[in-house]
Design a protein around this ligand. Structure first.
Ligand code: IPD
Ligand code: CA
Length: 252
């Protein structure tokens, strides 16, 4: 299953990497900052067809368009292009993310960055990999940590909360980056390149795949109140190398 998912996500990534005429095929969704391009839709259609051919008994839950009713035990959760704003602006930090979930638990995950040609993958209980090589979180403590964050451009009601967390983590000693593609941000922590990633509200397609990759790389992820993630609904995420998860208790 994982091998097949890796082939499919590579095909998707090739569509993303070779895309042309992006700006003239971009539209706003919920607000001016929430964008969709013809490539988001085309990649999802390709991935949907291939994944359901692989496992017809699964539901399909992708970011674009209508969602299945979610009545089956198996479910694919897909972001065809995570980092759409980066994609539209040619910033070359986007990915395609696919998670295969069974009864609410992510069992398989792939995240592919076609620009860096990095394919992150994991199967529950079998470790995490980047281009076939095992990856592991860093052992850095809070004072030597780099934080990745989201923003609140899709819902500004989270702005004060988000910036207060940022400020608190900065005061604890962490520098920060805002890259703009949540699934890849999980993978950077999984690969030991950064120590923390948080965002006040993400959709399941933004975190399902990355959360398994991070856990399989030895990291830890919860919501900001410390409760487990829920792949059936939007939620907050606090994802760390494990050692830095203690910072959660110090956020006011
Ligand atoms: C977005 C990116 C971004 C995060 C947003 C997501 P999209 O996904 O992952 O980094 O801050 O919350 O919605 O819209 O580019 O697929
Ligand atoms: Ca997306």
């Amino acid at each position: 299953m994982l091998e097949k998912m890796m082939q499919i996500v590579r095909e998707a990534g090739e569509m993303v990497r070779t895309a042309r005429d992006i700006e003239e095929n971009t539209h706003e969704k919920s607000n001016f900052a929430d964008l969709v391009t013809k490539y988001d839709v085309a990649v999802q259609a390709l991935v949907r067809e291939k994944l359901l051919a692989l496992l017809p008994e699964a539901d399909f839950y992708g970011e674009e368009g209508e969602k299945d009713a979610m009545t089956k035990s198996w479910r694919f959760i897909v972001d065809p292009i995570d980092g759409t704003t980066n994609f539209v602006r040619h910033l070359h930090y986007s990915n395609t993310a696919i998670a295969l979930v069974k009864d609410g638990h992510v069992e398989y995950a792939v995240v592919y960055d076609p620009y860096a040609d990095e394919l992150f993958s994991a199967q529950r209980g079998k470790g995490a990999f980047c281009n076939g090589r095992p990856i592991h979180v860093s052992d850095n403590d809070v004072k030597h940590a780099l934080t990745l964050c989201g923003s609140t451009i899709y819902d500004r009601s989270y702005t004060d909360w988000s910036f207060s967390i940022m400020r608190r983590l900065y005061d604890l000693g962490m520098d920060y980056r805002r890259f703009g593609a949540a699934e890849l941000d999980f993978c950077q922590v999984a690969a030991g390149r950064c120590e923390v990633f948080f965002e006040c509200c993400l959709n399941p397609w933004d975190f399902a795949a990355g959360s398994l990759i991070l856990e399989e790389a030895g990291g830890r992820v919860t919501q900001l109140d410390g409760s487990p993630l829920d792949v059936s609904a939007p939620c907050s995420v606090f994802a760390t190398n494990g050692r830095c998860h203690s910072a959660l208790a110090q956020l006011d």
